[in-house]
Design a protein around this ligand. Structure first.
Ligand code: SF4
Ligand code: SF4
Length: 171
């Protein structure tokens, strides 16, 4: 996942409020293009639904034995693509940028795992497959693990298209 000390956008509340205002206004001004963008987001949600069970199963094998839980050490944050997916899905944005507690643990980590549904998390929390998970996937028969990487690749491509079309539309 992200390195400690990386630059994080929109960390203070004022910056975040400005992001919310700007995105709300920009999406409101998209006209008919907004439906095309929402269609891309619905596709992403469908792939997330497929990924969810597979990643949960993978985590059940790897994360319970892990001694360096990534959510306690990694820096993750929302980028523009994350916010587009979240906002275009149901016209709501998170209350603030993802932050970490004093010990470095992500504020969304609970004793039962992440409290956000997959769409509400930064995408890095989905595409990051750690070494232990890669090993576990490679051990699966008939290339079963490759489906996860194929789905992640589809989401990546769709997010890029989403951002490109949004940027083109807002000029
Ligand atoms: S994804 Fe990998 S690094 Fe993160 S908690 Fe699970 S096993 Fe550990
Ligand atoms: S948002 Fe959830 S999955 Fe991502 S780092 Fe925080 S607790 Fe972990």
């Amino acid at each position: 996942m992200g390195a400690i000390g990386q630059w994080i956008p929109w960390q203070d509340r004022q910056e975040w409020s400005q992001v919310v205002v700007s995105m709300t206004a920009a999406v409101a001004g998209l006209g008919g293009e907004v439906e095309h963008l929402r269609e891309i987001v619905r596709q992403i949600e469908g792939w997330y639904a497929e990924l969810d069970g597979q990643l949960d199963n993978l985590g059940a094998v790897t994360c319970c034995r892990c001694t360096t839980i990534c959510c306690t050490v990694a820096t993750v944050c929302y980028d523009l693509r994350d916010l587009l997916v979240i906002y275009l899905a149901d016209n709501r944005l998170p209350q603030q940028q993802v932050t970490r507690q004093a010990d470095g643990t992500c504020v969304h980590l609970t004793p039962h795992g992440c409290c956000l549904n997959r769409r509400e998390r930064p995408f890095i929390c989905t595409w990051y497959i750690c070494a232990a998970q890669k090993d576990a996937l490679m051990g699966q028969q008939h290339g079963a693990g490759s489906e996860i990487f194929a789905l992640i690749a589809k989401v990546k491509t769709a997010r890029k298209e989403l951002e490109n079309r949004f940027v083109d539309a807002v000029g």
